[in-house]
Design a protein around this ligand. Structure first.
Ligand SMILES: Cc1cc2nc3c(=O)[nH]c(=O)nc-3n(C[C@H](O)[C@H](O)[C@H](O)COP(=O)(O)OP(=O)(O)OC[C@H]3O[C@@H](n4cnc5c(N)ncnc54)[C@H](O)[C@@H]3O)c2cc1C
Length: 410
């Protein structure tokens, strides 16, 4: 939609081919239905991909340009600590703004029109689309088919097949911004717990452990593993490591606000504050420290039972029990599937497009959005990439069409 709008604003004739019965279906699901369309806290460091190339792209169409464009189109913007949304808090508002703008710029929209093949005439350099949706030929084509994430919204990876057919190399797609499945048997017992936690993702080999990523935020424990924003943020790194057959673990710190020593000291003081003659159980002692389900799990993992008197427990055992609060190790078996993922890591290799996002293999072919091997952190960065890359591809494709003598709209 952004690519079409940017091309049409240059005055060329533009057609969108959309396989669904409406455009922009995925937008409606973004930001929990509110569409977190960008973020004022912006840096290329929040993206994976060729950052030098990305820097060039974002300098051409930035977060500020996005806000300006939507505001100029009549949409009020809400800023929640830097996270940007339509003022209405409805993703459908942003989609409606696009629909109005596309109509105003006379963009033709062909719905229920899945493109199966793209053919470029070697002599004329023009493109035809199959199945033969229209007999027209096009000066330029922009592939903006998304990746493989959330295939129900239309992006089922068919764009990657089109790119491959046209001779493009693909960085293997893996799910990103997704939950992680763990092989530990205790997850059913702690499912439903939500808490602030610090997470350290590591790859292990023998006794060696290498830290891959650290995150902090609200962790959600499910019956199959771990979820929540900090997990989403590290999921693409975990998925890549798993793809390379590495052993992947996450250490969970359930008390990230306290150093381990301070926590041990706190527990010693808590213990001393009760009379040793008191018949206090471990369960009672742990009350007030962690979530009840977690307290029970950690007692079990330390081979103790909840009813044991706390003053009879050996120091070493208690230390082991308390260690779980600071460094519970969970084993990652897999990232959840593309059905659950918000984005795709991987796609058309950025080395195979120039700074205008034009294919270096097929002049006249452009790429935008998740089709390219670019993915960002959670927080509006993936949509910002869609806007930036769409804008550039649209402008450049229009320029190409104009240079080849296509009559512009009056
Ligand atoms: C649940 C969810 C929540 C998200 N929340 C956010 C958020 O709040 N902020 C954020 O920045 N990002 C968010 N994202 C990610 C963001 O939505 C995507 O990165 C972005 O939509 C990618 O844009 P795109 O244009 O590349 O692809 P898409 O939005 O996937 O659009 C591709 C379009 O191409 C069509 N298509 C595919 N193949 C063909 C074909 N062969 N022929 C014709 N049409 C085809 C599809 O039907 C689809 O309409 C979220 C994603 C999901 C799934």
């Amino acid at each position: 939609m952004m690519a079409a709008l940017s091309a049409a604003r240059k005055g060329v004739s533009v057609t969108i081919f959309e396989r669904n019965d409406r455009i922009g279906k995925k937008i409606l699901a973004t930001g929990n239905g509110r569409c977190n369309f960008s973020n004022r806290d912006f840096s290329v460091a929040y993206y994976y991909g060729n950052r030098e190339k990305l820097k060039g792209c974002f300098s051409r169409f930035s977060m500020e340009d996005t806000v300006h464009l939507f505001e100029a189109a009549g949409m009020l913007v809400k800023d929640r600590q830097g996270y940007l949304y339509p003022w209405s808090d409805q993703a459908s508002t942003l989609l409606d703004i696009f629909r109005l703008e596309l109509a105003r710029h006379k963009v033709e929209i062909c719905l229920d029109s899945k493109v199966e093949k793209i053919i470029r005439d070697k002599k004329t350099g023009k493109f035809r689309l199959e199945p033969c949706i229209s007999i027209r030929e096009y000066e330029a084509v922009i592939l903006a088919c998304g990746g493989c994430a959330a295939p129900k919204t239309g992006s089922d990876g068919s764009g990657f097949l089109l790119a491959r057919d046209l001779g493009h190399r693909m960085v293997s797609p893996v799910p990103a911004l997704v939950q992680l499945r763990c092989s530990d048997s205790f997850f059913k017992a702690i499912a439903g717990v939500r808490c602030e936690a610090g997470l350290t993702l590591c790859q292990e080999s023998g006794k060696e452990s290498m830290v891959l990523q650290e995150e902090w935020g609200e962790l959600q424990l499910t019956d199959y593993g771990i979820s929540g924003i900090p997990v989403f943020q590290m999921s693409r790194t975990a998925a890549r490591a798993l793809e390379q057959k590495k052993r992947v673990v996450v250490y969970i710190d359930f008390l990230p606000q306290m150093e381990e020593q301070d926590f041990q000291l706190y527990c010693v003081k808590k213990l001393q504050s009760f009379s040793p003659t008191l018949t206090m159980t471990i369960e009672e002692f742990l009350t007030g420290i962690g979530n009840k389900k977690l307290n029970h799990l950690f007692i079990k993992l330390a081979n103790l039972s909840p009813g044991q008197p706390v003053f009879q427990i050996k120091k070493k055992e208690l230390k082991r029990l308390l260690y779980s609060y600071k460094k519970l190790k969970v084993h990652v078996a897999a990232a959840n599937s593309f059905e659950n993922a918000q984005v795709t890591a991987g796609g058309v290799d950025l080395e195979e497009v120039d700074e205008n996002l034009e294919s270096v293999k097929l002049p006249g072919l452009y790429f935008a959005g998740e089709m390219l091997d670019v993915d960002g952190r959670c927080g509006g960065y993936n949509l910002q990439w869609a806007w930036t890359s769409g804008w550039i591809a649209g402008e450049e494709a229009a320029g190409k069409a104009i240079r080849s003598g296509i009559a512009a709209f009056p």
